[in-house]
Design a protein around this ligand. Structure first.
Ligand code: NI
Length: 228
């Protein structure tokens, strides 16, 4: 399931991120890639221990914590500290799959986590650069994603994906992974659709007794399918 979450960052947060990242110290992105993906990865990235990555990462995690759509779609258990990348001057990232397990080295001892979901949060608007589409392949085919600044896309960590060459301007983004309370993408999708339907019904017929039953079904499915 691909989920577009709009307006994760407000205008002032976005402006702060963009200003700080314009003067950031970009390193070769191959440093954090696995063996296969390093062969096809051509971009710039902030070092994981760069203080700016910590500062902006915290801002992003705080924004996610107050976003109900993100929470409903991802059901996050553990979120990897956000990383930052930039593509410019023809840079791209060929087709690859993300590592299944990442180690959060900001914790001691390093905390292993399963990458159930991948996240890309865009800092540049689509008209600021050419190319730079995130292309995600799943059983329905290839999906081309290029979102407004401040929006994010959630997609299964299991999917093959690539970023097409940026032929004008610069594409700056944050990317990270999360381990979900619900490992199965199919089960997570059912929960999200049920949650969205319950929220919509609540807005139309608040107080309907069936809403109590449906909410019970939601929580009982979550109880059955989650790992905490
Ligand atoms: Ni990737």
């Amino acid at each position: 399931m691909l989920v577009h979450v709009p307006d994760v960052l407000d205008a002032s947060e976005l402006a702060l991120c963009r200003e700080q990242l314009a003067n950031a110290e970009w390193k070769d992105g191959k440093k954090t890639a696995g063996y296969q993906s390093a062969q096809v990865k051509h971009n710039g990235q902030l070092a994981e221990d760069d203080p700016l990555a910590h500062e902006l990462g915290k801002l992003i995690l705080d924004a996610l914590a107050r976003n109900p759509t993100f929470f409903a779609a991802a059901l996050p258990r553990t979120i990897f500290p956000p990383l930052f990348n930039r593509y410019t001057g023809g840079e791209h990232f060929g087709m690859h799959v993300d590592n299944a397990i990442r180690y959060d080295r900001s914790r001691q001892p390093a905390l292993p986590m399963r990458t159930d979901l991948s996240v890309t949060l865009f800092f540049a608007d689509p008209d600021e650069y050419d190319g730079g589409e995130l292309v995600i392949e799943d059983s329905y085919g290839a999906h081309r994603v290029k979102l407004p600044a401040g929006d994010l896309i959630l997609y299964p960590g299991s999917s093959l994906h690539k970023v097409t060459p940026v032929t004008r301007g610069a594409r700056t983004a944050s990317f990270f992974w999360l381990q979900s309370l619900v490992r199965s993408d199919a089960q997570r999708r059912q929960l999200f659709e049920l949650d969205v339907a319950i929220q919509s019904l609540t807005a139309r017929v608040a107080g309907a007794p069936e809403l109590v039953s449906l909410t019970g079904v939601y929580h009982n499915l979550l109880r059955a399918w989650s790992n905490v």
